[in-house]
Design a binder for this molecule. Structure first.
Ligand SMILES: O=C(CO)COP(=O)(O)O
Length: 252
């Protein structure tokens, strides 16, 4: 945990949540004391259908609301897509780009992820850029190489510690209950930090680096304690208020 960087625990609801799920966010917001909010930022990235409702219901709380993806264009003939401006208009303050499920399901390339990050900034949103190796890439000893390549290709010039957050999510750890060892997380996060400093200087030194992949209340303290881990990106455990608050409690 860095001395100077305020950590962020962000939930990613993925394609989960009807309006009946709004109570979960309210419960999470109610569970964040002002003391805890002084130590860690908290966010839920939600399906586009819920963003406005969530932003309204949590507006007086410390919980921030984000989107899960955006198109690179501001508007136009892109049926079914959502622009960063639309997310901002609905009350989002950030958006995830380049999640491995988007890279896999929709064939998103580093170049597209980079364009989406620039779109996020254009709309005044923070870009949460995701990178991470697959199981076969790790087994082949290529984890550092793959993550470094994604990082170089997905982060636009002009990234700052204010407009960009990086999330390392090993694909094989997502939704599986498997996590890398603390040593493996430390190695990747160190490599990311070095690459960011080499490219962005002080902005890279201050940028938040989240770990994601099967983060639960039971392993949060250990994972969040790893050097250069400045918070978490949480999938399944963000759908239950007690679990998400249990992860935030690692920073209490
Ligand atoms: O993909 C993730 C967050 O973006 C991680 O998902 P899980 O926490 O369910 O493994």
């Amino acid at each position: 945990m860095s001395q100077t960087i305020k950590p962020l625990v962000a939930g990613n609801w993925k394609m989960n949540g009807l309006r009946s799920h709004l109570d979960v966010a309210s419960e999470i917001a109610a569970g964040i004391s002002s003391e805890l909010a002084g130590k860690v930022d908290a966010m839920i990235c939600a399906p586009a259908t819920l963003i406005q409702l969530l932003a309204q219901s949590t507006s007086a709380t410390a919980l921030r609301i984000g989107g899960e993806d955006c198109h690179s264009a501001e508007s136009g003939a892109h049926t079914g897509d959502i622009s960063a401006e639309m997310l901002a208009d609905a009350g989002a303050t950030a958006v995830i780009v380049g999640h491995s499920e988007r890279r896999t399901d929709h064939g998103e390339t580093d170049a597209l992820v980079k364009a989406k990050a620039e779109a996020a900034w254009r709309a005044g949103l923070v870009a949460i850029i995701c990178v991470g190796e697959t199981e076969s890439e790790r087994k082949a000893g290529r984890a550092v190489e793959v993550v470094s390549g994604q990082l170089a290709g997905s982060i636009p010039d002009g990234a700052t510690a204010q407009n960009t957050i990086l999330a390392y999510e090993p694909v094989w750890a997502i939704g599986t209950g498997l996590t890398p060892t603390s040593g493996d997380v430390e190695e990747i996060h160190w490599e990311m930090r070095e690459a960011l400093i080499a490219r962005l200087g002080a902005q890279g030194a201050d940028m938040r680096l989240l770990y994601g992949g099967s983060v639960k209340p039971g392993n949060a303290q250990e994972l969040m304690g790893v050097k250069n881990v400045d918070g978490a990106l949480v999938g399944g455990a963000s759908l239950k208020a007690t679990d998400f608050l249990g992860i935030l409690a690692a920073y209490a």
